[in-house]
Design a protein around this ligand. Sequence first.
Ligand SMILES: *Cc1c(COP(=O)(O)O)cnc(C)c1O
Length: 414
Amino acid sequence: MIKIFSQRLIDLKKIVLTEAAENFSRVEEISEHNTLKVLEAMRRLKISDAHFKTSTGYAYGDIGREKLDELFAEIFSAEAALVRTQFVSGTHALATVLFGILRPGDEMVSLTGAPYDTLQTVIGHAHAAKGSLKEFGIGYRELNLVGGKVDVDAIKNFVTPKTKLALIQRSRGYSLRAPLTTCDIEKICAAVKAVNKNCVTFVDNCYGEFVETREPVEVGADLAAGSLIKNIGGGLAPTGGYIVGKKNLVELASYRLTAPGMGDELGASLGTPRLLYQGLFLAPHVTAQALKGAIFAAGIFSKLGYKTSPLPEEIRGDIIQAIELGSAERLIKFCQTIQKFSPVDSFASPEPWDMPGYEDQVIMAAGTFVQGASIELSADGPLRKPFAVYLQGGLTFEHAAIGILAAAQALESS
Ligand SMILES: *Cc1c(COP(=O)(O)O)cnc(C)c1O
């Protein structure tokens, strides 16, 4: 295709695309299914122009905000939803659930080993953090993964009648374990409920939305939460997060987001709510573009001799592609090349830095229209062994393919 790439890479691309054909059509089928799910929900709830109007001040009776909550609830098969640009990030939405539900003396557990870096700071047990759950007297235990998998059999002895909440992380995050499939989530939730039916099963759904045809609440989770600048925002949502699940639990979270007594009844839409609706409509397709990019990256880099996770042909539970690059130099080079082939800030060169909420230095390439949006083509990774880069996103497969080939070429020639 493009003159800037070596003949070797162009030939490799052809082979990888041929081998990916079956996987790609699977991704397209899931995208069609989810597009239909969104369309039917939009029809049932009679979404119209009137819901895209901006509101100000307290924004009581904002029909666009209320309808969007209903729409998310419908799509996620949940009783209720809280979808807000007032969530500053996915971590904020997740923390809002934890602080909304847990009370001093309660215990929470993580069933998927160590949680995502920013959640560790929220929990405050791995390292001290001001304002953490630990400071509020919340107990915490972690069930270690076995061979990168959730130890489902151990749950019956790990969760106790006292355990108030079980955190289940769908995506791999900054780790090389496999993401959970909805089948895995189903088994885990059932195992928790068998011991303690009152224990809240809470899924960190970041990067998982629309990767499969089912979502966590459908398979037994009480709650799920995530970021609007990942899959579910379709690349258009300017900021925000969401919580979906049981009505009484979403309500408790809403009192933490705003204030006790206020809950979900306030919150101006500012910007344009249309972007959240339109982004949701695009989300199945955009997620499919990102998945194709991930499959392509796995194909190219495994052929170049790197260890990739997932493998090119593996079934996916999230949009992340990890590639073990083996050295800090290669990790930095990879990210700098993705940045160079980005539509925004392509002239800038990312460097490792001490990002708030993260333990190790992190390098991030995100030449994105929405700052830090990782549904747009982005690559990042903590500077620790095995120097894996975590690649995700791509609003178009074309962009993902160009970025991936460019990164491969940069590593070959360095
Ligand atoms: C992205 C992500 C989060 C939240 O991160 P934010 O940057 O705050 O949106 C939490 N958990 C996982 C697994 C994630 O991928």
